[in-house]
Design a protein around this ligand. Structure first.
Ligand code: ADP
Ligand code: MG
Length: 586
């Protein structure tokens, strides 16, 4: 109903190419020349292995770099792909055309199966659980000699056969492996720059906000994990074709450590980082081999130095040396306006929530009419933020009902009304403690609110710029969120919520930290927003700001409604004065 598509998408905003990618292009050309003209058979073998690791790490970048989840299962996915190819190729005589897809599907199936429960875990537990997957797969491989050859593995894995051509070792094999890197890299690069990649980085930077901006956090993480598994499996399959044997080594921890190191040294989240890192780290041991015994020490020191000197990896270093050109701003485009709601939009009945022994919200009922501004006041800890969390689905009520335009949207484990679905139904919110993704520009941050409905990032940015303009904040668009003072951060967060074109807007202390002039300006904007039919619920402490603004005020104390009436009656209500305003205000 609120889904809207703009007819006119500006074409000005060309995808910009960071220097990191440019340097990778140079490196790739150099590598091709080296491979074709100079490399020894051994050198080509090392280069092929580097390609295998590049591919595995490109996949790992999706879940770890973009998604921010430290998955230690990438080695297991690599091993699963390797064993699928190894077993089917050497025992069953399958050819590459048959084994390769299976090597992608097996890790994919495992990722989908274990992903759902595992991705719910907090970061450290997630890392441990994914490590557990790797351990289980390793144990299975070692302890089922009938299938896997046990500790000895399986020899006699056939080489790659493409369209009847048995790809020989050396240059042809290196070229084939690196073609897979190119294809996989291109796919990942396109995904990372598109809406999906943007959504995933928001999930990484601020999962709570991502949900309230209509993004299905669980599904995004699961697809990232699944996609990383496919890349891992592909790399494992190619590794086995290169070595012509499969053994439990492919499932051992060093594989995972290498992938992680390549991602960190190359640059987190960047396809270019995976490629640069893989070429460098797979070749380093070879370059240091002349040091014989002490090479591991030198290798370790070189690695540490790289991490200390380039904390954002090689691509980060390149970006610092050659800062990417700032993106041109799009032409602002007004997003299509949804049908304004009328009458009571949000109805809350007898809402309750306890945290342990604390009754944070206790039987709260309220109605928000379209186009109205309702104030929610009360002492600290009286449950105001919890009411907003319950309505936006970040907390689950243990009592009561929430209706949006007559539809029951009460969040619960069975109803499926999670924050993203509630957000898509038309509820937007801001946070008491403003949280904007630190690495993003203001335009990125506001455009994130439209990723679930606009067709492209270009369109989302054009709409976002228009919304920023409505709040007189268009000039902030190119600035990094991290640089903004508090008042402007609040303005940006309001723009982000507004970009959702909500029918209900919940604002948690929007005027906190603002000067009087800024508050007056905010009040004007809030009135204008309400005038378009949006129902506003404003939590605020500043009565001078709130009372002239609100048509209706509720006061909470210890989760209960103390006062529910017109703003004029608040200051003279004895219970409100006693619990909240104090004698001076009366
Ligand atoms: P307000 O926004 O009015 O200051 P809150 O809604 O943040 O109040 O908090 C209401 C009460 O619920 C407080 O006692 C607070 O400590 C408690 N509370 C809020 N959120 C949580 C939580 N996630 N876990 C435990 N207690 C909480
Ligand atoms: Mg609060």
């Amino acid at each position: 109903m609120r889904e809207t598509v703009s007819k006119r998408a500006p074409t000005l905003n060309l995808p910009h190419i960071a220097a990191g990618e440019g340097i990778v292009a140079v490196v790739v050309v150099a590598l091709v020349a080296y491979a074709a003209l100079y490399a020894s058979p051994y050198g080509l073998r090392v280069l092929t292995v580097a390609g295998v690791y590049a591919l595995a790490t490109i996949g790992f970048q999706i879940v770890f770099g973009l998604g921010g989840a430290l998955s230690l299962a990438q080695g297991a996915f690599f091993g699963l792909g390797a064993y699928a190819t190894g077993i089917l190729g050497s025992q069953w005589g399958w050819t590459f055309a048959a084994t390769f897809p299976v090597s992608l599907l097996v890790p994919l199936a495992v990722a989908l199966l274990v992903g759902l429960p595992v991705l719910r875990l907090e970061s450290h537990y997630f890392a441990l659980a994914t490590l557990g997957i790797a351990q289980v797969v390793h144990l299975l491989a070692v302890n089922s000699p009938g299938l896997t050859g046990g500790a000895n593995g399986l020899p006699g894995v056939p080489g790659i056969v493409l369209f009847g051509w048995a790809v020989p070792r050396g240059l042809p094999l290196a070229a084939i492996v690196w073609s897979f890197v190119a294809i996989g890299g291109l796919i990942a690069w396109t995904l990372a720059r598109g809406r999906w990649g943007r959504a995933l980085t928001l999930v990484r930077d601020d999962p709570l906000a991502a949900g309230t901006l209509g993004l299905d956090v669980g599904r995004l993480r699961l697809t990232a994990f699944a996609l990383s598994a496919v890349y891992g499996g592909a790399a494992g399959a190619l590794a086995v074709h290169t070595q012509r044997v499969v053994s439990p080594e492919v499932l051992e921890f060093p594989v995972m450590v290498s992938i992680l190191t390549i991602a960190v040294v190359g640059g987190r989240g960047r396809v270019a980082g995976a490629i640069l890192g893989a070429v460098l780290l797979i070749h380093l041991p070879e370059w240091f081999r002349f040091l014989e015994r002490s090479y591991l020490l030198v290798y370790g020191v070189a690695l540490l130095a790289a991490i200390v000197l380039a904390p954002h990896g090689l691509t980060g270093l390149i970006d610092r040396l050659f800062p990417p050109r700032p993106k041109p701003l799009p032409i602002p485009v007004a997003p299509p306006v949804p049908q304004p709601a009328t009458g009571p939009v949000l109805q809350i009945a007898d809402l309750g929530k306890s945290f342990g022994g604390v009754r944070a919200v206790d039987g709260v009922s309220l109605v928000l009419d379209a186009g109205s501004i309702t104030g929610l006041i009360g002492p600290n800890g009286s449950g105001k933020t919890t009411v907003i969390n319950l309505v936006s689905g970040l907390e689950r009520p243990d009592q009561g009902r929430i209706l949006l335009s007559g539809q029951d949207i009460t969040g619960s484990d069975i109803s499926g009304w999670r924050p993203d679905r509630i957000a898509r139904a038309g509820i937007a919110r801001t946070f008491q403690a403003v949280s904007l993704p630190p690495g993003a520009t203001v335009l990125d941050a506001v455009a994130a609110a439209r990723l679930d409905r606009d067709r492209s990032i270009v369109e989302a940015e054009a709409h976002a710029l228009h919304i920023l303009g409505r709040l007189n904040a268009a000039d902030l668009a190119p600035r990094p969120c991290a640089d903004l003072p508090a008042a402007l951060r609040r303005r940006v967060e309001l723009a982000r919520a507004l970009a959702r074109q909500p029918s209900v807007l919940l604002l948690d202390e929007p005027a906190a930290g603002l000067t009087d002039a800024e508050k007056a300006d905010l009040a004007t904007h809030l009135r204008a927003i309400a005038a378009t039919g949006t129902a506003l619920l404003v939590v605020e402490h500043d009565m001078g700001f709130l009372l002239p603004l609100a048509g209706h005020v509720l006061c909470l104390d210890q989760g209960r409604i103390l006062y529910d009436g017109p703003p004029e009656g608040v200051r003279s209500d004895p219970t409100v004065v006693a619990a909240y305003l104090g004698e001076g205000a009366a």
